[in-house]
Design a protein. Structure first.
Length: 237
């Protein structure tokens, strides 16, 4: 019952120094669990509840290297990167799910190719997530489009995840302004934080009337301070 209440205590909040060395373009990283699903429907797997309710989580690893989970490509179809999460990840009053605490954005023109990076910093564990280019990013629940600067739009959804603490207050403590202003990555916005799903949209600018779509890359790392980082790279041109 406590876990269910935590999930229903939804809080919305808008929200990388992690300049990892560029990686050669690949279609998918060896050993990654990337599943490309030819449908626009959302994938909503059931959450797996751990029988060890109230057991403190294991200490975070000292750190892990940057790992590519989706190589340079265009996710025109729904693409999902899976992680197994036993919930709750910690006893009350701690958040029951992996929770978003920071957002970072940085431009890397020195990369080969150059890219702009948008990073999600989670505590507790890596959630699964899915990504896709869409005609517009809409608010979970209402279906209203969120305001994004750009002419192409990338939708990301994390689950199980939350962006609020155990009392329903926003858990994000650091984030840039919604207008990013990088060459192609122009803006971002939250589209939902409800019932174990956290959704964001990225606004990307491409040449008008060109039919161009910017390739993206997704990588992960566990920092020495315990942050579980999901980094989305957008090509600069």
């Amino acid at each position: 019952m406590i876990f269910v209440c935590m999930l229903l205590a939804a809080g919305c909040y808008r929200a990388g120094p992690d300049g990892a060395a560029p990686v050669a373009p690949v279609t998918s990283a060896p050993g990654s669990s990337v599943v490309v699903t030819p449908t626009t429907e959302e994938i909503r797997p059931p959450l797996r509840t751990s029988p060890a309710v109230g057991k403190p989580p294991a200490p975070a690893p000292a750190g892990s290297p940057y790992q590519v989970r989706y190589g340079w490509g265009v996710p025109a179809s729904l693409t999902r990167i899976a992680h197994t999460v036993d919930v709750p990840i910690a006893p009350p009053p701690a958040p029951a799910l992996p929770y978003l605490v920071e957002i970072h954005a940085a431009d890397h023109p020195e990369g080969s190719p150059g890219y702009s990076r948008f990073s999600f910093y989670f505590r507790g564990a890596f959630p699964s997530y899915q990504v896709q280019y869409v005609p517009r990013v809409t608010q979970d629940g209402s279906g209203e489009p969120i305001k994004l600067t750009g002419n192409s739009f990338l939708r990301l959804q994390f689950t199980p995840a939350q962006a609020h603490d155990g009392k329903g207050r926003p858990s994000i403590r650091k984030a840039p302004g919604s207008a990013l202003g990088f060459p192609t990555l122009r803006s971002y916005g939250m589209a939902g934080d409800y019932e174990g799903y956290v959704t964001y949209g990225l606004g990307i600018q491409v040449a008008a009337n060109s039919g161009q779509v910017m390739p993206i890359r997704i990588g992960e790392m566990i920092r020495p301070d315990g942050f579980h980082v999901v980094a989305v790279d957008v090509r600069r041109g």
